[in-house]
Design a protein. Structure first.
Length: 66
């Protein structure tokens, strides 16, 4: 199994965007929106990871089917 570097870059890009937006919103006095932005970023990353785990389990399942 190979490591998909594109996924790593996508997750890193999401983290950078969320961090920048978080700082901008905090400095603008919008802490609630900053928190929501952070939560949205976490959810997006979790969806990506869950999809990867699902794909992995499907691949394992197909390997053991006869």
């Amino acid at each position: 199994m190979t490591i998909d570097v594109d996924i790593i870059f996508k997750i890193a890009a999401i983290g950078i965007i969320v961090a920048v937006l978080n700082q901008v919103l905090i400095r603008a006095g919008r802490e609630d929106q900053a928190m929501m932005t952070t939560l949205a970023g976490i959810i997006v990353v979790l969806v990506i990871i869950i999809q990867m785990i699902n794909d992995f389990f499907i691949a394992v399942k197909t390997m053991f089917q006869f």
